[in-house]
Design a protein around this ligand. Structure first.
Ligand code: A2R
Length: 324
């Protein structure tokens, strides 16, 4: 990708550092942003320019884009928790909708507007009937929670900027992604953390769980960022793209894999506090459009992702205990 200059907005989160290394490996020159109060530890070893940026500040976004002049913007910055979106709806709308508009407006004002990948979510589809599965990009968006609604709004606004201004905007609908470093606010990160805490004797041998029957389409974060890079290179502006494995797995089966990967003897208990106000029973992606455009297929098995996530969590726990 000679001459391609990527800017990752919101790079200090879960996906950002994986995307930085992927894009570097694919030949992009990479710069990134994070919030001023966020630690740069996760991305500092990547040796790329990192700028402080709050996407709520329209002027700051515009100034930075004019300075960096990226050819491609990956917009990851978000309030990404469904649970928090119920508690902080206004904040979620401000960051996810107004923030995305600030990014699009800043790109529109560039002398040579960059390609933009707006990273959205499978949550945008909401509850789909069995007849609509697997969901393709033409499936109507029926978001069932505040986070999902903000991502659907970002998606629709992105399509309008592409149509009305001829901008090169891709709407990416990422299905559940998992891997080392994911926050325990998400089920798999939470189960892995609890498992390692039990292994270390830091928690009684009970994992507390929410709804285990929900089925989700899980992809390793390293496969997800490979799809983002390929979409930046080969995707078509103005279109939405699903990024998922194309195969749904129940949360129960993921938990079973985690329990099998641990030597600890662990009991599972239902915890009402971990149930969401609205839950979607089954989501599975149709990834035909992505595969046809880019040739992408997932390569990392869920078992391998779980093994790597547990290994990462064990290393974190040992680090916290001062063991190298
Ligand atoms: O909330 P924090 O402190 O973890 O910071 C997040 C950051 N962020 C912002 N960046 C700039 N201006 C803001 N006003 C702002 N508010 C939050 O965006 C975090 O560092 C980053 C998003 O990373 P994660 O929450 O870890 O999301 P992840 O898993 O990397 O997903 C990337 C994208 C998100 O748009 C998701 O909604 C989507 O993929 O599925």
């Amino acid at each position: 990708m000679n001459g391609e200059k990527a800017l990752i907005i919101g790079a200090a989160g879960f996906v950002g550092r994986y995307l930085i290394s992927r894009l570097k490996a694919d030949g992009f020159t990479v710069a990134a942003t994070k919030l001023a109060n966020e630690s740069a530890v996760r991305i500092s070893e990547e040796c790329i320019p990192v700028f402080d940026l709050d996407i709520s500040d329209a002027w700051a976004v515009r100034t930075l884009l004019n300075e960096i002049k990226p050819t491609c913007v990956f917009h990851l910055a978000a309030q990404s928790s469904v649970a928090l979106s119920w508690k902080e709806p206004a904040l979620t709308v401000d960051i996810n909708v107004k923030g995305a508009v600030n990014v699009l407006e800043a790109v529109r004002a560039m002398t040579k507007p960059a390609r933009v990948l707006l990273i959205g979510s499978s949550e945008e589809y909401g509850a789909v009937s069995p007849a609509q599965l697997p969901v393709n990009e033409e499936t109507p968006l029926r978001p069932g929670n505040i986070y999902a609604a903000t991502k659907a709004a970002q998606d629709m606004i992105g399509a309008i900027y592409a149509e009305a201004y001829g901008m090169d905007v891709l709407m990416v609908r990422a299905f559940n992604h998992i891997g080392p470093g994911q926050s325990p606010a998400f089920a798999v990160g939470d189960f892995c953390l609890q498992t390692v805490r039990i292994e270390e004797g830091l928690q009684e041998p009970v994992i507390r769980v929410g709804n285990l029957s929900a089925e989700r389409d899980f992809t390793d974060v390293r496969d997800v960022v490979r799809a983002y890079s390929l979409l930046a290179q080969r995707g078509k502006g103005g279109l939405a793209y699903n990024v998922g494995s194309g195969r749904a797995l129940s949360i129960q089966s993921i938990l079973d894999m985690i329990l099998r990967a641990s030597k600890a003897d662990i009991r599972v208990e239902r915890d009402e506090a971990r149930f969401r106000p609205v839950d979607v029973p089954l989501v599975e992606a149709d990834i035909t459009r992505l595969s046809q455009a880019t040739g992408w297929r997932p390569e990392i098995s869920v078992e391998d992702t779980i093994a790597d996530t547990l290994a990462w969590q064990r290393a974190q726990t040992n680090k916290a205990k001062g063991i190298k």
